[in-house]
Design a protein around this ligand. Sequence first.
Ligand SMILES: [Cu+2]
Length: 173
Amino acid sequence: MKYILSFIAITLFFSGCGDSSTEHAHADEAGAIDVMLPENPVSVVDGVTVVEMTGNDRMKFNLESFVVPAGGQVRLTFHNRGKMPKAAMGHNVVFLSADADSGVFATAAAAARDHDYIPVGFDDQIVAHTKLLGPGESDTIEFTVPMQAGDYEYLCSFPAHMFAGMRGVMKVE
Ligand SMILES: [Cu+2]
């Protein structure tokens, strides 16, 4: 009986942690950095949409989507919260044009190691991108949102990361 009870307790413990594998459940991994992050990763300051994006060793962005006005200005800071070396777990954020095929792009990017996984010849499919970041690094970019409303995919172009879920959608309205 004692054994069964502890089994139930363990099951409850794990199911409790399960799906909430968001930032707070793993705050111990990130330490002080989490404390510095604003509660809302998207805000509007003087008409500019300010986005605080993070990536981690589990190949997750903190944002699956966000909304921006067509033709507006975005200031995005991307921070790699991971600890693994850049060569094994580098991250970037690449915003694609509305008509780009993210699967084709990611496949080409995977072969572009000498260009930090930004494939040559795809400039017309890229709205903006950050640098490829190693652990603890940050990069801030500013870009103008396209005038055309629609869904613009973003992804990490490090090999296999998009397919592992490191992707999202910028919704232009
Ligand atoms: Cu990545």
